[in-house]
Design a protein around this ligand. Structure first.
Ligand code: AMP
Ligand code: GLY
Length: 434
C-alpha cells in the first residue's frame, strides 16, 4: 500500500513512525517544505514543496500511485487539499475544507456551536463594529479576544494575562478589526487539556487525554508558543480530571461531529482535536482543530496498539465502528528542544547534535538537513518522548534525552514533574471548592 503524509514537523514524524510500524508494510511518501531527516529516513520518496501547493501535492500523489493520504497541518486543509485529493479519487483521512472550518474560522466555529446547541460553548459574540464590541466587552468585564482567522495560536489575548484591563482589551480588539471579524468571549478559568479522536464521519475513537504547555519558560511564564511539551497519565484520564470531565468532553465532540454533518452536509473524516478548559461548571471548548496536536500527537501515537494504517483507512472509508482502536495504558512525557530565544527572537541555522538518548523516542520537527548535518530553523526543533508506567519515570527518560542534545537550544525542565502536576490538581480542587 502506498501512503502519503503531508507535512514535515514533529507531529508528522510521529505519524510516519506509526505508519512505519504497520503490519501492512506500506510504502511511505511525504510532502514537506524542508527536509526533515527523521521523515526522509522512513520514506520511499518525498517532495520538497509547500504543503499548501494543492496542485503539486495532488500531482505527486498521482505520480506515486498513492492510495491513502493523511494531512498533518491545518494550512493545507484550509486551502482544500482534502477536497482536491478526493476529486482525484484518492482516499483521504483528513477533513475537507467545509468541515475543517471548525479550526480555521473561529467565528464560524463559535456560531456553529451556538446554533447547534453544543454544550461547552462559552458566552461569546462576533463583531465587525467597534461600538457594539466595546459594549459587549464592558458587559462581560473579563474577556478573551481572538481574530477569526488562523493565527498559528498567536493572535489570542486574554485579560489578566496579555491584556491588563478592559481598556487594553478594547484597544487590542479594535486593532484586529482591520483584518476581519473579531471574536470576544468570556474568560474561562480552569485547567486546559486536549482530547483527540479518530473520526470517520460518524464514529469517534477517542485517544488518551493530554496536557500541553504553551508557555515558553519554566513555571508557565513567558510568551505563548506552539507548545513546549506535553504529558499523559496511564489510562485516559489526566490526574486533575474526573471520569465525568472526560465523558462530558467526549459527548461534546460526538455532538459536534453529528452537527457538522447536519449543518454542512459533509462528513468530518480525520483526527479531531478538542482543546478544553475544565471549569467549575464542567468542560468548555477553547477551540477545535481539524488535525492532530503538535506536540500531543507525539504522546498518543507511540501508545497506539491498533495498526495506524488500518485506522487511517477506516477513517477514510467510514468503517471505524469495525475496528477496536486501542492504546497501551502507559504514561508519556514529551519535551521540545527549541532554539535559544524562541519564540520571540530565536537563533537560526545552528547545528543540533543528537547524543545518547537512552530509551527515549526522538522526533525531528522544524529542522533541515544539509550535508548530513541537522540545523535549526527558528521554530521548535526536536522533541523527545519518554514512555513508562508512570509520569515520573517517563519524565526522567525525556529529561535525560534532552540533556544529551547539543546545540543552541532551550527546553523546559518542569514539564511532567510531580510539583507542576500537583499544582494543576490543587488548582482544580480549589476551583471545584474541595
Ligand atoms: P487558542 O489559539 O484558541 O488555542 O488560544 C490560545 C490560548 O488562549 C489558549 O491555550 C488558552 O490558554 C487561551 N484562551 C483562549 N480562549 C480562552 C477563553 N475563552 N478563556 C480563557 N483563556 C482562553
Ligand atoms: N498543541 C497545540 C496545537 O497543536 O494546536
Amino acid at each position: 500500500m502506498n501512503v502519503l503524509v503531508v507535512g514535515g514537523g514533529g507531529r508528522e514524524h510521529a505519524m510516519i513512525a506509526a505508519i512505519a510500524r504497520s503490519r501492512k508494510d506500506p510504502s511511505i511518501y511525504a510532502v514537506m517544505s524542508k527536509k526533515n531527516p527523521g521523515i526522509a529516513e522512513l520514506c520511499e520518496d518525498f517532495l520538497l514543496e509547500k504543503e499548501t501547493n494543492v496542485e503539486k501535492v495532488v500531482e505527486f500523489a498521482l505520480s506515486k500511485n498513492i492510495e491513502l493520504v493523511v494531512v498533518g497541518p491545518e494550512a493545507p486543509l484550509a486551502v482544500g487539499l482534502a477536497d482536491a485529493l478526493e476529486d482525484a479519487d484518492i482516499s483521504v483521512a483528513s477533513p475537507k475544507k467545509k468541515v475543517a472550518q471548525l479550526e480555521f474560522d473561529k467565528a464560524w466555529a463559535r456560531n456553529f456551536m451556538r446554533n447547534n446547541n453544543i454544550a461547552g460553548c462559552p458566552v461569546f459574540d462576533v463583531f465587525t463594529d467597534k461600538d457594539a464590541m466595546d459594549a459587549f466587552i464592558d458587559e462581560l468585564g473579563n474577556v478573551a479576544v481572538k481574530p477569526a482567522g488562523l493565527t498559528g495560536g498567536k493572535g489570542v489575548k486574554v485579560m489578566g494575562d496579555q491584556l491588563p484591563d478592559v481598556e487594553a482589551a478594547k484597544e487590542y480588539a479594535a486593532s484586529l478589526l482591520d483584518q476581519g471579524s473579531v471574536v470576544v468571549e468570556e474568560n474561562l478559568v480552569g485547567e486546559e487539556f486536549t482530547l483527540q479522536a479518530f473520526v470517520d464521519g460518524k464514529n469517534l475513537a477517542f485517544m488518551p487525554t493530554v496536557q500541553d504547555h504553551k508557555r515558553a519558560f519554566e513555571n508557565d511564564l513567558g510568551p505563548n508558543t506552539g507548545g513546549m511539551g506535553s504529558y499523559n497519565a496511564p489510562g485516559e484520564i489526566l490526574p486533575f480530571l474526573t471520569a465525568e470531565d472526560v465523558e462530558g468532553s467526549k459527548q461534546i465532540m460526538i455532538d459536534t461531529v453529528k452537527a457538522l454533518y447536519k449543518e454542512t452536509g459533509q462528513k468530518y473524516k480525520g483526527t479531531l482535536y478538542g482543546q478544553f478548559m475544565i471549569t467549575k461548571d464542567g468542560p468548555r471548548v477553547i477551540e477545535f482543530n481539524a488535525r492532530f496536536g503538535d506536540p500531543e500527537a507525539m504522546n498518543v501515537l507511540p501508545l497506539l496498539e491498533t495498526d495506524y494504517v488500518d485506522v487511517l483507512a477506516a477513517m477514510a472509508s467510514g468503517t471505524l465502528d469495525k475496528l477496536a482502536v486501542k492504546f497501551s495504558k502507559k504514561a508519556t512525557v514529551c519535551k521540545y528542544a527549541v532554539p535559544a530565544g524562541y519564540p520571540d527572537h530565536p537563533t537560526k541555522d545552528k547545528e543540533v547534535v543528537v547524543g545518547d538518548i537512552g530509551s527515549a523516542i526522538l522526533f525531528y520537527s522544524s529542522v533541515y538537513e544539509k550535508d548530513g548535518k541537522v540545523y535549526t530553523t527558528g521554530s521548535r526543533a526536536v522533541a523527545v518522548v519518554g514512555v513508562a508506567d508512570s509520569i515520573e519515570e517517563a519524565e526522567k527518560i525525556a529529561q535525560l534525552a534532552l540533556e544529551n542534545l547539543s546545540g543552541d537550544l532551550h527546553y523546559r525542565t518542569d514539564i511532567g514533574k510531580g510539583y507542576l502536576i500537583q499544582r494543576r490538581i490543587d488548582h482544580m480542587n480549589k476551583i471545584r471548592g474541595q
